[in-house]
Ligand binder design. Sequence first.
Ligand code: AMP
Ligand code: ZN
Length: 466
Amino acid sequence: MALRFYNTLTQQVEVFQPLQGNTVRMYTCGPTVYNFAHIGNLRTFTFEDILRRWLLYRGYKMDHVMNITDVDDKIIRNAAAEHKSLAEYTAKYTEAFLEDSAALRLQPPEKMVKATQHIPEMVAAIEKLSERGFTYVSDGSVYYRISKFPEYGKLSHNDFTGIRAGARVDVDEYDKANARDFVLWKAPKDGEVFWESEIGPGRPGWHIECSAMAMKYLGETLDIHAGGVDLIFPHHENEIAQSEAITSKPFARFWLHSEFLNVESHKMSKSAGNFYTLRDLQAEGYQAEVVRYLLASVPYRKKLNFTIDGLKSAAVAIDRLRNFKLRLETDKYPEGLNEKLLERTHAAVRQFEESLDDDLNTAEALAALFEFVRDANTAMDASEFRAGNRAPALDLLERFDRVFDVLRPTQAAGGLSDARVEELIQERAAAKRSRNFARSDQIREELLDAGIILEDTKEGTRWKRK
Ligand code: AMP
Ligand code: ZN
């Protein structure tokens, strides 16, 4: 079966192919850098990373653009409260976002673009909208007249007829249930940052940012536009209204939205105060890849209920896979090939791929892998595993890790290199042979302190990082 995604626009699961050649042009709405990202935000970015990696796995090239919203109401308010310039204030949280992304192994998009560096493009887009009669000015601010765009509501599948006339909204986020004319360009208020422009002094609204930057870098019709479900309305609805009013072409072919991460059935959010940042969890001793695993393990269209127990299970799951890999790499197996097990391995690869082709069903992909690990361990225990089965099994793990990327442990800061660990293990073996047990115990302790666990087996000493 071909690669399929659920498209919010059509409310159908559809076969995906890029419009032009082999390259997928994808835009994902990035963070508003007014604070540290919480793991709800990071769930959305992790989903987009899995999406990206799966498209790469399937042989496509990516042209992926993500924006950084570095000007908005909250940023302006917070920067003023700290007596900082906008740039100074947002630099800190942009840096933090990049650190979190790297820790979570989110592949960098081909382009990461900042709103404040694209003001002329936004002004030009607003001018085009004005030429086409989609705007009006009130008190120096420019608004989008949604009654001029008959398809308004087509993404969120809301029927807005009758409630469109003239009601306006200035703030970046607003009443989710009601459609309002939204602001494209805000007149400056006392002491607030603004830009001089052909349409007067002011600053851009949130929605025009994404339309202007997406079309600048990816053209008039994108293959994929993604974000969290809370962006469907009004943000993405407004992006469509703006972009399609300018080009008269479909703005994006596929709209993909990930569900919320909840805490005790409530959306994790800054305003509710029920949030964890990645840093909070790292400080409690959870490696970033454990968080990554948890975020990726629930299919993106299902709500994810976050619990510490869930995080612990994620750590156990990763350990199981790492132990299996270690066993594959270090155990000695009799020569030959177990044909049945080889067929079992190929079936696992197929199930893994079919699950992800099916709208990124990560839970089924993981189930396929774990069932294989169980069967392979059983074969090993029963001495039915053969040397020829090693490479295909490692290949399955490699395929899994190309997407999930959790097998490599995060190197503890100041930790020992692999080479140094091997050296100490050899020294320990030599000490044992010369019956210098004090020294061999000392080395074991030393390694343990550095987070390295040794396991002595018939075949020699295996090691892993805690
Ligand atoms: P923001 O930085 O507030 O613009 O949000 C960045 C992204 O995180 C957006 O795509 C939101 O849809 C998403 N988001 C916010 N809260 C949650 C949550 N609790 N679970 C999943 N995604 C979220
Ligand atoms: Zn956006």
